[in-house]
Design a binder for this molecule. Structure first.
Ligand code: B12
Ligand code: SF4
Length: 501
């Protein structure tokens, strides 16, 4: 039985201009490999001809089962297009899709894309293993928890929730050997050296209304132990020459012991690697005495979800954090010579022009890296259900659910395009300030590189686009699925074109 895991072709984020093999996919692959399945991985974004290579591989190799991974809502149409192409290339291949968005929207996704046979709801390692074994032995699938499908009568069937894996230390090291680690896209150009996104924990103990991670992991948090984290980082250094990491864990130091263990391990290993961690303001304050240790262990930046400058909005989105804590955390990080990145949310329903001015002045003062987002009702989150009920969601094209596009109107600004302009205007005003320009000459090499990258590459590209209409950067191998079908022409059924998203 041959299984192919596909990360479908995606358009690379213009801000990042880089790609990273999905940590979730690498974890799944390592698990299946340990279970001795015959597996392969195709991270299509890195292929020279992403859609053509996918189609040809399916025609040539006819895998029995193909798994499609969709890690964000914004990627779901890429996953559906891939499913349609795979089924057209080999109708006998069984297609199973997994990831946050299809888990939350299982029935809608199955109905919208009949080429998907099954959806894995929730964590994938155990469900996929049981699923593949059952297919191999032609056994009943109805007892396998975490599976959704439409039965012969078109009725939605769900086998029930799969309990979370209790101990993440029981999982093998992600299968980096199956990823194209040497591909030129697999880096972090904004951070300087050879970079990578890694992930060492799942979930979070808080319940911010807009957060899909907290919803997916049902307000729980599990983590790999610091020793295994350090082993993985050392492997990445020694075998893959990786020095700098964006650690994808939503909240790295939920427990103090995690931070202490990480610091001890990294100081012991002396790998000279650098880390960008994510946390909350209250946890940074709690761990004030560890901040020097974090820096010495290689941490150069903390990203905190500070979101907004007013306590009433923070209360409304259930951040369980105050503006006073945000200020204190930013000051502490500066005091301990750590860079501050804040992720921020604008576009709230009651927001006024005056609020946005105050917001800009407030955060513009402190942060080194301004992670501005537009509030987005991601399917599965409390915000989504609330906004849907209130009828405030105006754009149902999930491609735009990337925090960079307005999809909900605000009380004073009904037009989404207007909100998009407001967003771009704030970004422009932030990065073109003299103090940001000076950061291009900062004595801190990471901050200097970072700002040179953002201003000369990203901001300049956007400015040229807005003033002279020059194109926005896109990866050279990018091809829209529809364009591929047109190029492909006759060989494919006509209905495929109608299904293209
Ligand atoms: C790595 C990563 C990326 C990589 C993409 C990697 C890739 N190849 O797709 C990069 C850095 C490029 C990226 C970009 C973006 N990302 Co991102 N990213 C992550 C990150 C840090 C890790 C994902 C991960 O591997 N998690 C760990 C694994 C264990 O979880 P998992 O992926 O869900 O996989 C499990 C299950 O879902 C399931 N599963 C998954 N796939 C499959 C497939 C099959 C067949 C089966 C059976 C099961 C299965 O099994 C897995 C193991 O249990 C997460 C945050 C996080 N901590 O998760 C954000 C996250 C996924 N990203 C997010 C977003 C919004 C984006 C962006 C759209 C915009 C942005 N502002 O960041 C951009 C995309 C723009 C673009 N065009 O590139 C959101 C998604 C929210 C949502 N519901 O839509 C997240 C959750 C961060 C957040 N909290 O906001 N991202
Ligand atoms: S603190 Fe961050 S990760 Fe945790 S629920 Fe809130 S937004 Fe999500």
């Amino acid at each position: 039985m041959r299984f192919l895991l596909v990360d479908p072709p995606h358009k690379i984020w213009t801000i990042l201009r880089a790609w990273t093999p999905s940590p979730g996919c690498l974890q799944l692959l390592a698990y299946l490999e340990r279970e001795q399945f015959d597996i392969e991985y195709m991270d299509c974004t890195l292929n020279e001809n992403p859609w053509r290579d996918l189609e040809e591989k399916i025609r040539r190799e006819k895998p029995d089962v193909v798994g499609i991974s969709v890690i964000c809502t914004a990627f779901v149409y890429d996953g559906m297009n891939a499913a349609n192409l795979i089924k057209a290339a080999n109708p006998k291949t069984i297609v199973i899709m997994g990831g946050e968005h299809p888990s939350f929207m299982a029935e809608e996704t199955l109905r919208d894309c009949p080429a998907i046979d099954y959806i894995c709801v929730g964590e994938g390692e155990v469900t996929l293993t049981e699923f593949l074994r059952a297919i191999e032995k032609k056994e009943d699938l109805s007892k396998i928890l975490g599976l959704a499908n439409l039965n012969e009568k078109g009725k939605f069937v769900y086998t029930g929730d799969r309990p979370f894996i209790e101990d993440l230390d029981t999982l093998p090291t992600p299968a980096y050997h199956l990823a194209r680690m040497d591909h030129p896209f697999v880096t972090l150009p904004s951070e300087g050296k050879r970079g990578l996104v890694v992930n060492f924990s799942r979930g979070c103990l808080w319940d911010c209304t807009f957060c899909s991670e907290s919803a997916f992991y049902k307000k729980t948090w599990r983590r790999r132990s610091p020793k295994l984290i350090a082993d993985e980082l050392q492997l990445l250094k020694e075998k893959y020459n990786r020095d700098i990491f964006y650690v994808g864990d939503n909240t790295f130091n939920v427990k103090r012991e995690q931070g202490i263990g990480f610091i001890e391990e990294m100081l012991k290993r002396k790998t000279n690697q650098h880390f960008w961690l994510q946390s909350r303001a209250d946890l940074v304050i709690r761990d004030e005495d560890l901040l020097d240790g974090f820096r010495e262990a290689g941490v150069y930046q903390f990203m905190m979800g500070l979101e907004y400058h007013s306590d009433s909005v923070l209360k409304d989105i259930k951040k369980h954090q105050t503006v006073e804590q945000a200020v204190k955390a930013m000051e502490l990080l500066k005091e301990h010579k750590l860079m501050v990145m804040a992720t921020l949310l604008i576009g709230h329903w009651d927001e006024t022009e005056k609020d946005r001015k105050e917001f800009f002045n407030f955060f513009g003062k402190y942060v080194d890296h301004f992670g501005l987002n537009l509030i987005t009702p991601l399917p599965g989150t409390p915000l989504f259900y609330q906004m849907k009920q209130l009828g405030r969601i105006k754009d149902w094209d999930f491609r735009n659910y990337d925090y960079l596009h307005a999809v909900m109107s605000a009380k004073e600004v009904d037009d989404l395009e207007q909100l998009n302009l407001i967003y771009r205007d704030i970004m422009r005003r932030y990065y073109w300030r003299p103090r940001e320009m000076f950061k291009m000459f900062s004595p801190n090499p990471i901050l200097r590189h970072h700002h040179r990258y953002y201003i000369t590459k990203v901001a300049f590209n956007i400015m040229m686009h807005e003033v002279f209409g020059t194109p926005i950067w896109v990866q050279p191998n990018y091809q829209e699925y529809k364009d591929y079908l047109v190029e492909r022409g006759e060989g494919l059924p006509k209905e495929l074109m109608a299904l293209a998203k």
